[in-house]
Ligand binder design. Sequence first.
Ligand code: ATP
Ligand code: MG
Length: 416
Amino acid sequence: MASLRSVKGMNDLFGVEALSLGAVESLARNLAKRWGAEEVRTPVLEKLDLFVRSVGEATDVVGKEMYAFEDKDGSQLCLRPEATASVARMLVQHGILRDHPRFRAFYAGPMFRRERPQKGRYRQFHQVGVEFFGEPEPSADVEVIALAAAILDALGLDDVVVELGSVGCPECRPSYREQLVAFLRQEADQLCELCNQRTETNPLRCLDCKSASCQAVYGDAPLPLDHLCDACDQHQAGVEKGLDRLGLDYRVNKRLVRGLDYYRRTVFECTTQKLGAQSAVIAGGRYDGLLGSVGGDEGVAAVGFAAGTERLQLLAREAGTEAGLSPADVAIVTDRNQGVDEALVLMQGLRASGLVVVADLSDRGRKAKTKWLGRTTHRHSLFLEADGSARLRLQGMETQAVHPEIAAILQVLSSN
Ligand code: ATP
Ligand code: MG
């Protein structure tokens, strides 16, 4: 029978890969807690409509990259491509904001996008992220960016740049959008096919085009940051002032836009040169009004970010700060299958005292067991002999015969 393989772009994680991905998630989780965020978990399957209404049909994420299908009862479902819309839906569905008008959420988990797989880009990937709801003040944007910076800092990633921009609000964006569309139509024959399509569907996204010839044209394009209304301008000034006050480095990028429709005012991206085309590690901003698109109160403010967990992990690996597998504290080997019960009791005690214990209690001979020990990373090892005696080898020391009394052995091991 042909061997079965995982779905393209969906990775099995084991060994150091699994461990260090988990370590990045824990690090982000612990930092988010310091910012007052509570962990939430939403399902990986959602109704398709959720993302169509919030993220927007004209976006790549929804228009091209979704795993959508019809369920047996005819409902249109999809694997979530991101979590912000899901968290917003959860808040509305459970009326959480009634009791907590300011609610800070943290999430970690897999997301699904049907993209061309490459380094740092997969079809099942992971994100950690936060959403702060009910906080319209620029100070919330500052806190969100400070948390993103703290995660990068804790991973020792000092070559990641925070880029900051603003895409305006429903007051100022329509007139800016018109000016931009007029400009894009005028330059249509200089632009790539995708930009010509986007001129009609999602014009702001043109500014994000990867093609050098398009970018040359956009040197003269009207830019969102130059067309903000007074309120958006003040908000932006507030964010910059707060970041300055914290001494956080950032670069104002006038042409920064985001791929999803729900952004309003602040947008930011933490970028690196180290992952080739996959330069964005963390992306976020403000999305006041998002709750309205999922059936909630249009007036609720929201700001947050999503970080690509694998991209953080890859960068941590390059920086030499990736978490590694740690050795077991004790490896126990029996003489064939003699003394298995005693070994189990001993292991139970050692584990209760917090030690990591691995063992080979099988019927295999000494040679196989010695080989197993050689392959198993451990600090101390203990041979339990058939006659009830025991030999202990503490890390970096010679093997010694020890008193078979379990209590005595426990004491020796726990003190190390
Ligand atoms: P990109 O421009 O790289 O496609 P994006 O704008 O689609 O990113 P967002 O939707 O903002 O990304 O997601 C936030 C973060 O999630 C990204 O900055 C990136 O680190 C990570 N990410 C997005 N798509 C993938 C993917 N297919 N594989 C791995 N990580 C991803
Ligand atoms: Mg993308």
